[in-house]
Design a protein around this ligand. Structure first.
Ligand code: SPV
Ligand code: MN
Length: 650
């Protein structure tokens, strides 16, 4: 790969030399094509970047997709305005009553990530294991290039430059996005740092990621028509991702989950980590701010955690982690939020609520709006009109789809897209090129019957294995398919892995090496239920868990040791519940929430061991050792105290 690139660069240098020997600046074929297709202004924008590989890429896809028009977007406000206005002009977004708010719809059935048609393209000998969805590169490449042929005919192509991570930083990864969707181009403005200048800064040696997206034919509602030809192919051999016949952000916004697959691989090669993690500052006593990262599967409370009232957000979805001077440093790969709307209400999510209810640049997708231009969603806890327009077209209460399924007012995976800079709780470190020092790492899943609400691991390896690599979660509407099925989801990152799981687990273990003090690792579970099936916690109890973890990593509270880790003491939680939530936290609540459930834990260890034994051939041996040791501790504790052990017994 590197050799190839070098050869290309040399070729180009050679051509330039020949040009000059011929007595002038005879333009190459690439230059000629670009000039012809982009016009002088567009061409000059590209020429300024001066990157032959970028130019070749552009020419290749312009020639293949044959757009009618091409707009090269720099970081200028004029160019960004053009994108925003085009989204309205061509109907991909509709203005709502509130200033700056627009609504976008995806086709019915295109409201989540399409796992089935999202594949990593692999060459011979590249075995990612059976849990990662792959396709033969030659076949996938050929298929998607056939789909892309003339796909932008009659349409405008937007060429966009962004940077993953802060600019001017070790973390910076330049990206180029080609898309014929203004909604995608506009969403990326809100979600990512502008990267045109970063491309110029990094010069012709830059390693950059490339994305080609076409929404394909659209119907009269401007939604993708040919969902059967929806394909998302990640070519890890060439740092390129193709996405066709879809609009849902998780399938189309190249820099989000598509880039994440490329970055996971790159991180693995270079010894750092790309994680499905929030980054946030927890505010302790005396203005102390302690930073945590947290990995949660989609729709399991990651954004609502990052947005906790009283704390500050660095990021809510994807983080890059690097080791620096014996410490872990993290950045938010993004600078915006693609958050879930469902369930956002004034009481539980005051900051999101206010953002959604105030003027400001926000794209809302797949909710319901009415003739007055107001919009509504399930779980907003204020009255919802009986009719309006939503992702199914004209909507009325009780409307059913072709499969006789009732269509809710908003889709459960309806999203809002905003720039974090409009939020009052934005942490000042967002764009710090060095990132923040991470003092704690949290893994959380949707687990109704096993893990306590919060628990610290014994050490880095124990945390990575029992809390990260053993993570399970019940499926949600973030992906197409059945909801509520318990699935193995290591580090909440399974959907995005582009390297074998065993190697990924080993990378995480290795990451803890050479650190002065690896950050403590915790598990969080917001979804534990009691015997009657009811949730044992309120939505906002997580505020207390984070305040407790902040105290803990600063050495201010003690713990009770259980077979699975270290849990808080009741006496430390009482004042936190009182101060943060004005709640008198009783001993009974504590006992029920923090009872160690031995049979469920043993069953979990057996499930996880089986998955690794049968599906992950390159599992590090230490994973089995750590799980087995945990099982033995559980069995011993059971001998002594029975199946369900209340914390007062320990
Ligand atoms: C997720 O599903 O984890 C998201 C939204 O953050 S998506 O862009 O679909 O990945
Ligand atoms: Mn996510």
């Amino acid at each position: 790969m590197k050799e190839k690139t070098k050869a290309k660069l040399e070729d180009n240098g050679f051509l330039k030399e020949v040009d000059s020997q011929l007595g002038g600046n005879m333009p190459s074929e690439t230059t000629n094509t670009l000039k012809k297709k982009l016009g002088e202004e567009g061409y000059q924008k590209i020429a300024k970047i001066n990157n032959p590989r970028l130019e070749e890429f552009l020419v290749k896809y312009i020639n293949l997709c044959t757009p009618e028009k091409i707009f090269v977007c720099t970081d200028s406000t004029k160019d960004l305005k053009y994108i925003r206005e085009s989204a309205i002009r061509n109907g991909e977004e509709i203005k709502l009553a509130s200033e700056g708010h627009t609504i976008h719809f995806d086709a019915y059935g295109d409201q989540g990530r399409d796992k089935e048609h999202t594949n990593i393209l692999v060459t011979k000998g590249m075995d990612l294991g059976e849990s990662i969805s792959t396709r033969d590169r030659d076949q996938g490449y050929t298929e998607v290039h056939e789909i892309l042929k003339d796909m932008m005919k009659g349409r405008e192509l937007y060429v966009r430059f962004f940077c993953l991570g802060p600019t001017n930083s070790e973390f910076s990864t330049p990206c180029v996005q080609l898309t014929d969707s203004c909604y995608v181009a506009h969403s990326e403005d809100l979600l990512y740092r502008q990267g045109y200048e970063e491309f110029i800064r990094q010069g012709s040696s830059a390693r950059f990621f490339k994305f080609v997206h076409s929404q394909g034919e659209v119907d009269d509602r401007n939604v993708s028509k040919n969902l059967d030809k929806r394909r998302i192919y990640i070519d890890v051999t060439d740092d390129t991702v193709y996405s066709t016949n879809t609009q849902y952000g998780g399938n189309t916004i190249g820099l989000k989950k598509l880039a994440m697959r490329l970055a996971i691989r790159r991180a693995s090669e270079e010894g750092w980590l790309t994680e499905h993690m929030l980054v946030m500052g927890i505010h302790g006593p005396n203005n102390r701010v302690t930073y945590f990262t947290g990995a949660y599967p989609s729709m399991c409370g990651k954004t609502s955690t990052a947005m906790l009232d009283g704390e500050t957000i660095v990021g809510d979805d994807i983080a890059y982690l690097r080791k620096k001077d014996g410490k872990v440093r993290a950045v938010n790969v993004e600078k915006g939020m693609f958050g879930i709307v469902q369930g956002v209400n004034e009481n539980d999510d005051p900051i999101q609520w206010k953002a959604l209810k105030s003027p400001g640049e926000i794209i809302i997708s797949n909710v319901m709006y009415d003739d007055a231009g107001d919009f509504y969603w399930t779980g907003m806890e204020t009255p919802i009109p009986e009719k309006g327009y939503n992702h199914s077209g004209e909507w009325f209460k009780g409307k059913k789809d072709a499969k006789d399924k009732e269509i809710p007012c908003s889709h459960p995976n309806a999203r809002f897209t905003l720039d974090l800079n409009i939020l009052p709780n934005l942490d000042p470190t967002l764009d710090d090129p060095k990132g923040v020092v991470v003092s704690g790492v949290v893994y959380g899943g949707r687990d109704s019957d096993t893990c306590v609400p919060v628990e610290e691991a014994f050490d880095w390896a124990h945390g990575i294995i029992t809390k990260g690599a053993a993570l399970e979660s019940e499926t949600t509407a973030a992906t197409l398919g059945k909801e509520g099925v318990r699935e193995f989801n290591p580090m909440s990152n399974l959907d995005f892995l582009s390297i074998p799981i065993g190697r990924y687990v080993q990378d995480n273990l290795d990451f803890g090496q050479e650190l002065d003090n690896p950050p403590p690792v915790f598990s969080a579970n917001y979804f534990i239920r009691g015997k009657d099936g009811k949730f044992l916690n309120e939505k906002n109890d997580k505020k207390v868990w984070f305040k407790w973890m902040e105290r803990r990593v600063n050495g201010e509270v003690e713990t009770i040791e259980t077979p699975t880790g270290r849990i808080p003491k009741h006496e430390d939680l009482v004042p936190l519940f009182k101060n943060v939530l004005q709640h008198d936290y009783t001993r009974e609540e504590y006992i029920e929430q923090f009872t160690i459930r031995i049979p469920e834990h043993i069953a979990k260890i057996e499930r996880i061991t089986k998955v690794y034994k049968t599906q992950v051939p390159d599992t590090p041996k230490i994973l089995f050792d750590i799980l087995e040791a945990q099982k033995q501790r559980l069995l011993q504790a059971r001998e002594k105290h029975g199946d369900y052990i209340t914390p007062d017994k320990l």
